[in-house]
Write a protein of this length. Sequence first.
Length: 190
Amino acid sequence: MKSFFLAAALAAATPLAASESASYVLDPSHSQIVFTYNHLGYSTSYGMFSGFEGQISWDKQTPANSSVTVEFPVRSMLTGWEARFDHFMSGDFFDAADDEKVTFSSTAIEVTGENTANITGDLTLNGVTKPVTLAAKLNQEMDHPMEGKPWAGFDATATLVRSDFGLGAFAPYVSDEVQLMISVEAMQAN
């Protein structure tokens, strides 16, 4: 059952019949994307996106009929240092307008274990759309003890190549590969 939930909650690409699916929304207060990269071989630098929005349509019977979408502003990035944030938003990297978004929309899924799956989707970052695969794991699915309704939590990892999205400044000195660690909670919509 857990693998069906994981497959459904984060999967793919066909239209949904309303009677066959349940809608879940991400809990922005408990969903984060942490990214890391190597800085000149001296250190691993960290950043985070939090407070983002997303929706999951979950078809328990046919997980491939499920989907997930996520969206957040580029300028919601947290780096822990204002000068680093300003540099990321400059012309060296994003040159990001206030309303520029990062989006992810699932396109396929491969269940890899009882609680794991590879989720493929289209990531749009810096105006470039590329396929990305997330190695996802269902942490837990049950009624939330304080909310009294179905709730689920997932972790996922992926590796992005910055230059694929037009963000390759200073590579290879600053690593072109960026590691993503994602943790989300989703609640059944009313």
